[in-house]
Design a protein around this ligand. Structure first.
Ligand SMILES: [Zn+2]
Length: 257
């Protein structure tokens, strides 16, 4: 009897989570209304320079992300004026749970549950409507470390964790990373080789039919880099030099399969 009740409760919870995930997907891929995306800045290393950088942030610093989505959506004949609306929220105090790079599948599952719980708590801002998609941007002082941990975007939970550099000169590339992780929350997959970072052909190329093929004029958002030759790739410094390729457009339902 008791066992039956426990199993029933567990099944109900699982059905609710699955239903919620399905609704999230339908809603975020319908492109009928602007999608509200919240930027939640955090001081990753507790440095004074990251702190003053965050204090100076304004919504205008993230405007290029909305412009990018608008320009690219229109190229794929999505009629919506403002496909993505970006809101800047006040700085949070707590950092999201960390994911170790060598974690197994069970650990990743557990981490994503902790992430959902964290996001629920961290986005409660008095007087502000919570956003549909939550992007936590963790700022690091570039003089303290040369590289930052990997960023993540979760479609299940609609959460992004972006590690960024607290430097004006990096604002453009930070916005590329934010747009990339945002794309993951919408269902887009990576289009680069994990071992080397090279863009995969053809899906990771902005213009796969271009002759000559190299150099590519821009990067595909889910590849992140543009191919200059068969062996050289570089990372653009702003979203002006990034496009959404047909494979990504199909994954996020800008085009229909
Ligand atoms: Zn990615």
């Amino acid at each position: 009897m008791w066992k039956t009740i426990r199993i029933t409760v567990l099944l109900v919870v699982l059905v609710i989570v699955a239903g919620r995930t399905w609704l999230d997907r339908v809603e975020t891929q319908s492109w009928k209304r602007p999608l509200w995306v919240g930027i939640y800045p955090l001081n990753a290393d507790g440095s004074p320079s990251a702190q003053s950088y965050i204090a100076d942030l304004s919504a205008a610093d993230f405007a290029s992300i909305a412009t990018f989505f608008e320009r690219e959506a229109h190229r794929f004949a999505v009629a919506l004026d403002e496909p993505v609306h970006i809101e800047l929220y006040p700085q949070g105090k707590e950092l999201p749970p960390q994911l170790d790079s060598n974690t197994g599948p069970f650990g990743v599952m557990w981490w994503s549950l902790k992430m959902r719980w964290f996001a629920m708590q961290a986005t409660k801002v008095p007087g502000r409507t919570p956003s549909r998609i939550r992007i936590f941007v963790l700022y690091h002082d570039p003089s303290w470390q040369q590289s930052v941990p990997d960023s993540h975007g979760l479609q299940k939970g609609l959460i992004g964790v972006v590690h960024a550099f607290a430097a004006r000169s990096m604002a453009g590339s930070n916005n590329i990373v934010i747009a990339h992780e945002l794309m993951h929350t919408l269902g887009a997959t990576d289009k680069y080789k994990l071992s080397t970072g090279e863009p995969l052909y053809p899906a990771g190329f902005a213009e796969p039919d271009r002759r000559p093929l190299y150099p590519q004029p821009s990067a595909e958002i889910m590849a992140g880099r543009r191919a200059l030759s068969a062996t050289d790739f570089d990372m653009p410094s702003s979203l002006k030099d990034v496009v959404v390729g047909p494979a990504t457009a199909s994954e996020i339902r800008w085009t229909h399969h």
